[in-house]
Design a protein around this ligand. Structure first.
Ligand SMILES: Nc1ncnc2c1ncn2[C@@H]1O[C@H](COP(=O)(O)OP(=O)(O)OP(=O)(O)O)[C@@H](O)[C@H]1O
Length: 256
């Protein structure tokens, strides 16, 4: 049985007179990898900002785990299990790889001042458990051997993988990846695809990704939603989308 995790119901986002997202509806099932594609300005990033609580819909509803979250603050959505990465890398460059992941871990932020001062056995055990969980994610993204390197010293592709590890450390259930392959070479992209698959399988999470590399999208996504000028023009599995005349027209900008 498929369980629905996320639903957008006729969602519209307007910036003054500009309709960035126009009555868009789609859903995501448990464990699914869904890709959001479309030409520049199609409304993809606006949708991500809507899902993370940066924007509220002008009309329509966003339901996460059957709950309307239209007005829920971003930090509340993180607590509910929604995490994201950004198009431009936002690591803390002068912290180590492990420290970058540790600061994102929910467990690190729940320690009281007193438990930090007195360091009880339980506090020490909790801290070790947090480190172990972070190490587990770092292993999956292939950065296990680089935990003591400064994030800013990592090659570009590894910085992007570290961003994913950081999002995972929030213990997310829905992972939003905003152009994770941007600027990567083909070897780094291959590694990224393996990482996304491993995370999906190991943690049984949902992954929604915006990606311009269509070949990568086809190889990794269970389903694809296509936006153009704020509207959903189609959705389906790779072969359905690839051969859709409206999709070809949106990308090539001409009738076929
Ligand atoms: N904060 C904002 N204020 C006004 N207009 C905005 C704002 N954010 C986005 N837009 C506009 O909304 C439309 C959709 O933008 P959006 O960034 O969501 O597209 P996109 O599909 O992510 O594009 P890209 O692939 O280039 O990142 C564009 O016309 C953009 O200029």
């Amino acid at each position: 049985m498929t369980t629905e995790i996320l639903r957008l119901d006729e969602v519209t986002v307007k910036f003054g007179g500009l309709v960035a997202v126009n009555q868009v509806s789609f859903h995501m099932n448990k464990g699914e990898i869904l890709a959001l594609i479309g030409p520049n300005g199609a409304g993809k990033t606006t949708l991500f900002n809507l899902l993370t609580g940066i924007y509220t819909p002008t009309s329509g509803a966003v339901l996460y785990k059957q709950q309307v979250v239209n007005k829920l603050k971003p930090y509340k959505r993180v607590e509910m299990g929604i995490a994201r990465t950004f198009q431009n890398i936002r690591l803390i460059k002068n912290l180590t790889v492990l420290e970058n992941v540790l600061v994102a871990h929910q467990g690190c932020n729940s320690e009281s001042v007193w438990s930090s001062i007195f360091l009880s056995k339980k506090t020490k055990e909790n801290r070790q458990a947090v480190v172990n969980e972070c190490m587990e994610v770092l292993k999956i993204v292939g950065l296990e051997s680089k935990i003591d390197e400064f994030a800013g010293n990592l090659p570009y592709g590894e910085q992007r993988l570290l961003e994913i590890a950081r999002a995972m450390a929030t213990k997310c259930q829905l992972l939003l990846l905003d152009e994770p392959a941007a600027g990567m070479n083909s070897q780094e992209k291959k590694q990224l695809v393996d990482v996304i698959r491993s995370l999906s399988q190991k943690y049984n999470i949902e992954i929604l990704l915006i990606e311009h590399d269509i070949r990568m999208v086809m190889s990794i996504a269970d389903r694809i939603v296509v936006l153009d000028h704020g509207k959903k023009i189609t959705e389906g599995i790779g072969s359905e989308v690839q051969n859709n005349p409206e999709v070809i027209k949106a990308y090539l900008g001409e009738d076929i």
